[in-house]
Design a binder for this molecule. Structure first.
Ligand code: KG4
Ligand code: ZN
Length: 380
């Protein structure tokens, strides 16, 4: 369709990977269709455990959803049907070998929009069945969580801050399949809060980059709340901040360009303070849980990680607490097929394969034992 944004291919030369050793290299095709990116990628984990991206195709549906100010699930599912076979064909062409060279097929099975997940999951299962290869049903959040091993060769354990349009979580990543959730959002995800802030200020979707750009010429002089600051559990709550922003905007209507920029800068500063405080709290809990000797690394993943002001805030808090800050490059921080394929290689190396009854799941928490956050809505 003409209105799709241009896809892109990313061929990486050797990228350091996790230190787990395999008897031999493993090559996996990964499929991602959980939200509004249709993506396919081939990744190899060498016998030394290092990862290599052999092809990475992402077809964004941004243009299709922009008019609605957010992702429309039914449009997304239909677009995945239209785009997935050419994305897989392109990923295999860039890989340069045929399907026989694959050791397995991985597909995102959740959490996400159920229609899109069914498209990718069914495609992956059909390929695995036809090719007689192992199949891995991948938790999309686990794929984000494990990306740092692909891009930076990071070993376990580490602290993960996952901040996207759909998720806001602080997790201890102990091993493949072993996660402890420390914090989540009680209402809106961080990226969603940026998107809603942009919408109410008349800026286009997706709002995060627009708010950051506009904030650059604004002054953070408008007083806004810092929800959850100082709370002992590192949860987030962003709905109140958004409401306060709306009230400040209404007070100043009609808004001129400078006022919009000031509102954006003030909103971004409030988020920076909140993210710094909540992450600092999670770092303290991490050290308490794992002991002072545990590796101190903070990984940030998800589209919001692109925000330079927030990155700066995280860099400060990491430095103050002796954590290194690991932010995978933007193309691997946002939704992509390489992270699904990589999680597939890590699972396959451990014999963690799935049969063809693996369901698509709208909700799939990484830490099912985490106590519910008090006052949490459906996204906890
Ligand atoms: O991870 P992602 O690409 O997709 C999913 O949500 O899964 O994240 C997209 C989100 C959007 O809400 C977008 O507004 C936000 O990330 N975002 C940003 C920035 N760039 C993207 N938020 C704040 N500042 C940015 N520079
Ligand atoms: Zn994601």
């Amino acid at each position: 369709m003409a209105c799709f944004g241009a896809g892109f291919n990313l061929r990486a030369d050797r990228i350091k990977g996790s230190m787990t050793r395999n008897a031999s290299a493993l090559t996996v095709l990964g499929i991602e269709t959980s939200c509004d990116e249709t993506a396919a990628s081939v990744v190899r984990q060498g016998a030394d455990g290092a990862g290599e991206i052999l092809s990475n195709v992402v077809r964004s549906q941004l243009d299709l959803h922009a008019a609605y100010g957010g992702v429309v699930p039914e449009i997304a599912a239909r677009a995945h049907v239209d785009l997935l076979d050419t994305a897989v064909t392109q990923a295999m062409a860039d890989f340069g070998l045929d399907f026989a060279a694959l050791d397995g097929i991985a597909a995102a099975a959740g959490p996400g929009l159920i229609g899109g997940l069914i498209v990718g999951l069914t495609t992956g299962k059909a390929m695995a069945l036809g090719l007689e290869k192992p199949f891995m049903a991948i938790n999309h959040l686990e794929a984000h969580a494990l990306s740092a091993a692909l891009t930076d060769g990071l070993d376990f354990p580490y602290l993960l801050l996952l901040v996207s349009g759909g998720h806001t979580q602080l997790l201890i990543v102990k091993d493949v399949g072993a996660y402890e959730r420390l914090g989540t959002t009680l209402d809106d995800a961080l990226g969603e809060a940026f998107d809603k802030a942009a919408k109410l200020l008349g800026l286009p979707y997706p709002g995060g980059p627009e708010v950051e750009r506009t904030a650059a010429r604004g002054r953070a002089t408008i007083k806004l709340p810092r929800p959850m600051l100082g709370r002992s559990e590192p949860h987030f709550s962003l709905a109140g901040l958004k409401t306060a922003l709306r009230q400040e905007a209404i007070k100043r209507a009609p808004l001129d360009d400078q006022t919009v920029a000031d509102l954006c800068a003030s909103f971004q500063e409030a988020v920076a303070d909140v993210i710094q405080d909540r992450t600092a709290r999670a770092m303290d809990l991490y050290a308490t849980r794992l002991g002072e000797k545990a590796q101190r690394a903070l990984v940030v993943a998800g589209g919001v990680a692109a925000n330079q002001r927030l990155r700066g805030a995280l860099q400060d808090v990491a430095r103050a607490r002796g954590f290194s800050l690991v932010v995978p490059p933007p193309a691997l921080c946002t939704d992509n097929g390489a992270m699904i394929a990589w999680a597939g290689t890590m699972r396959l190396a451990r014999g963690l394969t799935d049969d063809l009854t693996a369901p698509a799941r709208a909700r799939w928490p990484l830490d099912p034992d985490a106590p519910p956050a008090l006052g949490a809505g459906v996204k906890a």
